[in-house]
Design a protein around this ligand. Structure first.
Ligand SMILES: Nc1ncnc2c1ncn2[C@@H]1O[C@H](COP(=O)(O)OP(=O)(O)OP(=O)(O)O)[C@@H](O)[C@H]1O
Length: 570
């Protein structure tokens, strides 16, 4: 339920619902900026009143007053920082689950474009920016005119000098933004590519070391890192240049105000107190801008991260509309003129596929490599959206069920079997917190795994995956089969479930399929080897994403296998 809620609000924006908090921070910033007048007013009074009158009691009273106001300022400044840190934490806590979900789902939904996306890191960037000095400076910057007006009231010439200074500093900021945006974007893209190379290196460690690929990959890494460092350097150099320029200019401006002030004081147009107060005020007006320039790279990075998050959250929520509490399907799978494939391709991989299966029926999908078999499998289980046509269970499109509920009636064994870091029972029960031992045992028995598991020292509690016991390829495939049939799902899609199985494993697979059919499941098997088709009644042959033939197995297999030997399931 939370996920659905998150999805809905994500389309509005990461910060939606925080309006009152921003208002609160705005009010605190107003008080902070008014309290910042303490310094200039104190100096004004000291120069023009205390020094002129020589009254120590006045100095003591003024000093006490200033002390109290500064303490109040410190309190508010600390409070504002704490609130901003909590806003960052709130946004992170609220969206980290969704960011994780998106980073897991994006490769399936948007294919290669997902390589550039790092939603979890993007969320970190937004949180870190909110916890830094940047946001406070952003809230303080609009107060610049307030200080300039006061300085103008002191004397128009001082106000004009301040205004010219402020305009120059704003121009510097604009230039900074213009020159930093692109290298920051590039540095981010290269961070993604570096992460990807590390990840693929880990996943293919055996192939890399066995075939001596490390030298070539290291060279590739160093090249990538070089480009990354180059973008980082350009971005940092420009950021630092502007930081120094702004700081230096602020000093010049402050001294200019003092210079003009002294000249006006000599002309007896203003008092020395006003001269000092105006200088402090200009310094105060421009200091948030100076902080903003220093933080600009972080700001640009966070802003780009925010834009990426907003776009991908929106895209994902369009793909996954919230579902209804429909009853679980029991009768039929109907695929009607289905065209689908990863989002963003010029042409759908799969075009105009239609078939239907009733409860208890099994369909084998065959076809040459790249013909779209796995794409069809992914579309059937709702991983890829139907670009046109439909996939229906008992007459309702898959998207009508909430995504979290689909697992109750879908079992899927992907071509590339992934086992999670966890115990065997957790892997079989899909990490369901309330999984019953009976259903785990039932799935393991159906996949003929029970004896193998009980022979392990910790049995079903044996930890497997990246930090645990290493299963063989065939064992992994059978654990994944047990996971697919766990909970007796209505629709079971197995993508080359026998690629790593020996004859005993194949017999177990055939037994599991027959048992699941008897229980009323609809089974779809993608197969290269005819042995996996033993327990299906229908066959669909795909070629270049289109249906070449579909119908009862005994009719279709002779037709598609005889004229073109060595193709598809042959
Ligand atoms: N994310 C993606 N981005 C771009 N093209 C893709 C993507 N996924 C699949 N394709 C393309 O779609 C076509 C069908 O791929 P699919 O994996 O469905 O084939 P297949 O029939 O399962 O092949 P195999 O038997 O070798 O597993 C291929 O040409 C592939 O290049």
């Amino acid at each position: 339920m939370n996920n659905n809620m998150n999805r809905r609000s994500a389309t509005v924006g990461l910060f939606s619902g925080l309006g009152k908090v921003w208002l609160g921070i705005g009010l605190i910033s107003m008080l902070i900026n008014i309290l910042m007048l303490t310094g200039p007013v104190f100096m004004l009074q000291v120069y023009d009143r205390v020094l002129a009158s020589g009254s120590v009691p006045t100095l003591v009273v003024l000093g006490g007053l200033a002390l109290g106001l500064y303490a109040f300022y410190g309190l508010l400044d600390g409070l504002r920082s704490r609130i901003l840190v909590r806003v960052g934490q709130y946004v992170d806590a609220h969206y980290s689950g969704l960011a994780y979900q998106v980073s897991t789902m994006a490769p399936v939904l948007i294919g290669n474009k997902a390589q550039q996306l790092r939603p979890v890191q993007d969320l970190d960037a937004v949180r870190q920016f909110l916890s830094g000095q940047g946001p406070a400076a952003i809230f303080d910057s609009p107060w610049m005119p307030f200080y300039l007006i006061i300085v103008y009231v002191f004397h128009p010439i001082l106000g004009l000098v301040g205004l010219v200074g402020a305009i120059i500093i704003c121009l510097l900021i604009g230039l900074n933004e213009w020159l930093t945006r692109k290298p920051t974007q590039e540095a981010n893209r290269e961070t993604g590519l570096r992460g990807q190379l590390v990840e693929t290196g880990r996943q293919n460690a055996e192939a890399i070391h066995a075939m001596g690929m490390i030298g070539a990959l290291r060279g590739r890494w160093e090249g990538l890192n070089q480009t990354y460092l180059q973008s980082q350097r350009v971005s940092s150099d420009r950021g630092l240049l502007f930081s120094t320029l702004t700081k230096t200019f602020r000093f010049i401006l402050q001294s200019s105000i003092l210079g003009f002030g002294a000249w006006l004081a000599i002309q007896q147009e203003i008092t020395p107190g006003i001269m000092i107060a105006a200088s402090i005020m200009i310094s105060r007006a421009l200091s948030p801008i100076e902080v903003a320039v220093g933080q600009w790279r972080a700001f640009v990075g966070a802003r780009q991260a925010y834009a990426r998050l907003k776009s991908i959250f929106g895209q994902m929520s369009e793909e996954q509309e919230d579902g209804m509490e429909l009853p679980l399907p029991q009768k039929a799978l109907t695929v009607d003129a289905l065209s689908s494939g990863p989002v963003g391709l010029k042409k759908p991989v799969l075009q105009g596929v239609s078939f239907s299966l009733n409860a208890g029926q099994g369909l084998g999908i065959i076809g040459p490599s790249g013909s779209g078999k796995s794409t069809l499998a992914r579309s059937l289980v709702g991983l890829l959206p139907a670009l046109s046509g439909s996939v229906r269970l008992d007459g309702a499109e898959l998207t009508q069920w909430a995504q979290d509920r689909r697992g109750e009636f879908i079992g899927y064994l992907p071509q590339d079997v992934q086992i999670f870091d966890g115990t065997i029972s957790e892997n079989i029960s899909r990490f369901a917190p309330d999984a019953s031992s009976d259903s785990i045992l039932e799935a393991a028995r159906l996949a003929d795994l029970h004896e193998m598991i009980t022979a392990l020292p910790d049995g079903y509690e044996t930890r497997i995956g990246s930090s645990g016991f290493a299963l063989s390829g065939g064992q992994r495939q059978r654990v994944a089969l047990a996971r697919a049939i766990y909970g007796n799902p209505f629709l079971i899609v197995l993508d080359e479930p026998n690629s790593n199985l020996d004859s005993q494993g194949e017999a177990a697979l055939a037994g599991a399929i027959s048992a699941m059919k008897e229980r009323g499941s609809v089974i779809v098997i993608i197969a290269h080897r005819p042995s996996a088709l033993a327990s299906v009644d229908h066959v669909l042959c795909l070629k270049e994403g289109k249906m070449q033939a579909c119908g009862p197995k005994d009719e279709v297999l002779p037709k598609v296998l005889s004229p073109v030997p060595n193709q598809g399931a042959a």
